[in-house]
Unconditional design. Structure first.
Length: 456
């Protein structure tokens, strides 16, 4: 398995025409330098900045992205065209819902404005507001409508110095007319993902030896191979409003998380088991128009798989357990800078004893243990391991061990010196993505296994 980097963020929305240019130096830094060339995707022709990272999501979009040394980032995206609903107003609303609301959780639209477009097309732009992880950014949004199609292009950034670059890119987007016979030029082959720039964690995607890839998104880990996509949703509580008498959990999850993204054609529970909330069925992706076969399961965590057809879905996920097992791909490499800080784990169990003859309570025993690892920037570490076990009243024994030494990190291993009896231990190590953070897994293959959360 090889680590790779993927960058995905989201944002605050401003209208293109309301944002003026910034200083020349900032514009030059944002543009990436070099000579830009006209490129094509779907019905659109446009001029992206030279030297920016290009990536394609099959049957969805093309994106050009840049991350600079000052933690600034920018993404320029052109989405696949879809069939028009018959008017600019309806097309704009549909695209706003699919992109700004469903992808970015944006409010609005505000500052709606129609802008000139050629070849029989109409174009509308708008704004809204959105905050991700407490950090605002900027989205410039425009939708074309006409000639039986609709198409949306956007620009995202967290620094105003990139706004002129976004404006220039969006102004460059043109769509061919209905009688145009000009061929659409193929884009160059997609390059491997660039190394991650400064962000919360260096590695945000992984490539596995069996062909699956995983990437961290805002609300889930996206696992995909060929045309099958699995969404490993981050934990969210299922409250009383989603339980009886307000319907059952399965149908509420299907209604709240599946139907807003897909037009459901049919649904069933063929692979349902007694212990899992399961649902499946044919559907059409509202954004891309793709026909997919969905499989959904909840076991305290929520999983959704979109396959090209039912046969593929049944082959990859013959049971709910097979879909739940896809959580094993929530696995990302370590960088030394990512683990600096204090990480903690702990747990306990309690047993209530009863006399088998009298049925009276015979006492309570408990076992508890915890570990705290502190990794310092200078390569030193300290770990404290403590615990207690025995009768809760009058019979508790405790222990504590502390180790100090040096540590080194590679992508999938952490080596620590001066462990028990002075030995050096090599831990199998990886991150598990959770909402707005990571859990650290360490296993020394000697019986010591830790699932740690960062506390400072």
């Amino acid at each position: 398995m090889k680590p790779s980097s993927h960058f995905s963020l989201g944002i605050v929305l401003l209208l293109v025409c309301l944002l003026g240019p910034t200083n020349t130096a900032a514009q030059n830094a944002a543009s990436g330098g070099g000579s830009a060339t006209v490129q094509s995707y779907d019905l659109a022709r446009f001029t992206p900045p030279a030297g920016w990272q290009r990536s394609v999501s099959p049957n969805s979009s093309v994106m050009y992205s840049r991350v600079d040394q000052n933690q600034g980032w920018c993404q320029l995206i052109v989405y696949n065209s879809l069939a028009t609903s018959g008017s600019l107003e309806q097309d704009f609303r549909a695209e706003w819902q699919a992109v700004a609301v469903q992808k970015l959780s944006a409010s609005g639209p505000a500052n709606v404005a129609d802008i000139p477009a050629a070849n029989g097309w109409k174009c509308r732009s708008a704004t809204g507001t959105f905050t991700h992880g407490g950090q605002p950014g900027t989205l410039l949004f425009q939708t074309f409508s006409g000639n039986g199609k609709r198409l949306t292009s956007i620009g995202l950034t967290n620094q105003n110095s990139y706004v002129p670059t976004i404006q220039k890119f969006l102004r460059s987007v043109t769509l061919a007319g209905p009688s145009s016979t000009e061929p659409v030029a193929a884009l160059p082959p997609s390059r491997p993902p660039a190394p991650a720039a400064r962000s919360a964690f260096q590695f945000t995607s992984s490539n596995f030896d069996d062909g699956w890839t995983a990437s961290v998104q805002a609300d889930w880990v996206l696992v995909q191979r060929e045309t099958t996509r699995v969404y490993l949703y981050f934990y969210f509580p299922v409250g009383a409003d989603m339980r009886p008498p307000n319907g059952n959990i399965r149908d509420n999850l299907w209604h709240r998380f599946v139907k807003p993204r897909y037009t459901v054609v049919s649904e069933n529970e063929n692979r349902k088991t007694m212990i899992h909330e399961w649902k499946e069925g044919e559907a059409v992706d509202r954004q891309t128009g793709e026909r997919v076969y969905l499989a959904m399961v909840w076991d305290g965590n929520f999983y959704l798989a979109a396959s090209p057809d039912r046969d593929t879905s049944c082959r990859l996920f013959p049971s709910p357990d097979a879909l739940i097992a896809m959580s094993r791909y929530n696995k990302f490499a370590l960088a030394a800078s990512d683990i600096v800080g204090t990480w903690q784990s702990g747990g306990s169990t309690t047993t209530q004893w009863y006399d088998s003859v009298t049925g009276l309570a015979a006492g309570v025993t408990m076992a508890a243990s915890g570990a705290v690892f502190t990794f310092n920037r200078d390569g030193s570490y300290a770990s404290v391991h403590s615990g207690a076990s025995g009768a809760v009243v009058g019979g508790m024994s405790t222990f504590q061990q502390e180790f100090r030494g040096r540590y080194t990190v590679t992508n999938w291993q952490l080596t620590a010196t001066n462990r028990y009896q002075g030995r050096t231990d090599t831990f199998a190590a990886h991150f598990q993505a959770v909402r707005n953070g990571r859990l650290l897994h360490l296993n020394d293959n000697r019986g010591g296994s830790y699932l740690l959360v960062k506390v400072r």
